[in-house]
Design a protein around this ligand. Structure first.
Ligand SMILES: Nc1ncnc2c1ncn2[C@@H]1O[C@H](COP(=O)(O)OP(=O)(O)OP(=O)(O)O)[C@@H](O)[C@H]1O
Ligand SMILES: [Mg+2]
Length: 231
């Protein structure tokens, strides 16, 4: 087995024209199979860090390597291919397409990636069943509860079997019951071997799901804590 980290950031800074750097000389390694929760106050640089790993943003200096490949130097097209092949993304407000059914939302990225129709459909059906939302396959996202929508978003993120699942405040817009559903789901995915990096203010989510937490304060990693397994 390779000992190379799945994610490696080296001396990464992200500066905007005005104000202090959003990220300030951050170095971070994440191994395959880890579940990392990024904590920290509002405006501290958490989403910036996640977006750099997703290739949605570029560092001003430093390097970002995922799966042994530099992603901070990719063109926009190559970066989109990297995301389709390697990354599943889940956001606070789901980002589902309201004009497509649940099923079509889930298969869209696989179709864009050129996946064979039959396999794509089999995989989507499996995911819907596994996440307990198969009865909503033909519904439009607008008809679903917040927790159901987030499960659809997770199914969409998992469609291409990503090496890395990234989530930015996945329970941030959910009520207590829906939050519980999504926390359970992410924890089960991690137990199944999925590598996860998530940004959250939700201490319960971090405690349940994560094997490690980092705290970002003023663009720097202020704490890096391994959590005991088998909690
Ligand atoms: N496009 C931008 N232009 C200028 N400044 C930006 C931009 N995006 C982010 N910033 C700044 O970078 C800093 C970090 O932002 P970031 O979104 O990473 O914070 P965060 O930790 O995710 O906060 P929150 O918990 O509120 O989501 C903030 O000061 C923010 O204002
Ligand atoms: Mg944020």
């Amino acid at each position: 087995m390779s000992t190379e980290p799945l994610i490696a950031l080296q001396n990464v800074s992200r500066r905007y024209d005005s104000g202090p750097p959003a990220l300030d000389d951050v170095s971070l390694s994440v191994a395959t199979g880890e579940a990392l929760a990024i904590l920290g106050p509002s405006g501290s640089g958490k989403s910036t860090l996640l977006n750099l790993i997703a290739g949605l943003d570029k560092p001003t200096s430093g390097t970002v390597t995922v799966g042994g490949k530099r992603i901070d130097t990719l063109s926009e097209a190559a970066s989109a291919r990297y995301r389709r092949a390697t990354i599943g993304l889940v956001f606070q407000f789901f980002n589902l397409l309201d004009d497509l059914t649940v099923f079509d939302n889930i298969v869209l990225s696989a179709q864009l990636a050129g996946g064979a129709k039959r396999e794509t459909h089999t995989r989507a059906t499996e995911l819907l069943r596994g996440l307990g939302i198969d009865r909503h396959a033909r519904a439009y996202p607008g008809r679903l509860s917040g927790g159901e929508r987030q499960r659809v978003a997770v199914a969409r993120a998992l469609m291409n079997r990503p090496a890395l699942l990234l989530a930015d405040e996945p329970t941030g817009a959910l009520d207590t019951a829906s939050g519980t559903e999504v926390r359970r789901l992410l924890t089960a995915l991690h137990a199944d071997g999925q590598t996860i990096v998530l940004v959250t203010h939700d201490r319960t989510l971090a405690e349940q799901c994560a094997t490690r937490t980092i705290e970002v304060v003023d663009g720097r990693i202020a704490a890096d804590t391994a959590l005991a397994p088998l909690r």
